[in-house]
Design a protein around this ligand. Structure first.
Ligand SMILES: C[S@@+](CC[C@H](N)C(=O)[O-])C[C@H]1O[C@@H](n2cnc3c(N)ncnc32)[C@H](O)[C@@H]1O
Length: 268
């Protein structure tokens, strides 16, 4: 955590440059499942640099992209502008702000998306609030991919982790995402919060990572942001570069797994 208390402080530029999108299939799946069209009002909560909000804006009527981090909001604005999307409104705010009254300006919602962001929020309270303020047949879609520094299964990912661990004492341990059992899995939580027709659909996305993007990806992580390296930042990034070059030529390949967990609202 940084002095400001914002785990993403100082990461927005690296985030915007390095974090890949979710792929056409996942975006298409969300759009088809919720029948997005020119009338759809969509909220993307925890929008980051717009990796989800901006491609979805091509399929929706209007998108409110909301995030508590100002630099992330600016990055989404820039991404929307580069993509020629004039239907993306940027709102500075968190899940607590949303529940604290901002939701009233957005109601009724058709769909709320959250990409790699729900775990930062009060999950149950946010989902309950969204269900209450979403029209029937609308819903929520939670889009995620595996964070590869701590949980990716390609050897080059483990090698980058080993280098970063030499510099960042508080780095979380690596783990196998398939072996984790969650106490309160999100699909069950959605059902408990009154969503119906809850399902998870997974997609494989082939990604290629140049070394420069790998380094920026590391610095975009809340637990490996540049201030965690202090004065050793240059030394660390050079060490990542050197280590990767011993493994082969860039770009490095990733068979990424993107998941879309979604549920529908019915007020009848
Ligand atoms: C890992 S990023 C994901 C960004 C983007 N949705 C994506 O798919 O790439 C997580 C985002 O959640 C935001 N965030 C953190 N705490 C939040 C909260 N309490 N409410 C809403 N967003 C939050 C962060 O500022 C950050 O931009």
């Amino acid at each position: 955590m940084t002095e400001s208390g914002d785990p993403f402080a100082g990461t927005a530029a690296a985030y915007a440059h390095s974090r890949p999108g979710y792929g056409h299939e996942a975006i298409g799946h969300v759009a088809d499942r919720f029948d997005l069209d020119a009338h759809t009002r969509l909220l993307d909560l925890g929008c980051g640099a717009g990796q989800l909000a901006v491609p979805l804006a091509a399929r929706a009527g209007s998108v409110v992209a909301m995030d508590p981090n100002e630099a992330m909001c600016r990055a989404t604005r820039e991404r929307a502008s580069r993509a020629g999307r004039s239907n993306v409104e940027i709102v500075l705010g968190s899940d607590a702000d949303l529940r604290g009254g901002m939701i009233d300006d957005l109601t009724p919602l058709d769909l709320t998306t959250m990409g790699r962001s729900l775990h930062w929020m009060d999950e149950r309270a946010t989902l309950e609030c969204l269900r209450e303020h979403t029209r029937s047949a609308g819903g929520v879609a939670i889009v995620d991919d595996v964070e590869w520094l701590t949980a990716g299964d390609e050897p080059w990912m483990a090698a980058v982790y080993d280098v970063v661990a030499e510099y960042v004492a508080t780095l979380p341990e690596r783990y196998d995402p398939d072996a984790v059992e969650y106490d309160d899995p999100w699909d069950e939580l959605l059902t408990e919060c009154g969503f119906q027709d809850v399902e998870t659909v997974a997609f494989t996305v082939e990604r290629e990572w140049p070394i420069e993007q790998i380094v920026e990806y590391v610095l975009s992580l809340s637990f490996a942001s540049s201030d965690r390296f202090g004065d050793d930042l240059d030394s660390a990034t050079n060490a990542i570069d050197r280590r990767l070059r011993t493994l082969g030529d860039e770009p490095f390949e990733q068979h990424a797994r993107v998941s879309v967990l979604s549920g529908r609202v019915s007020h009848s």
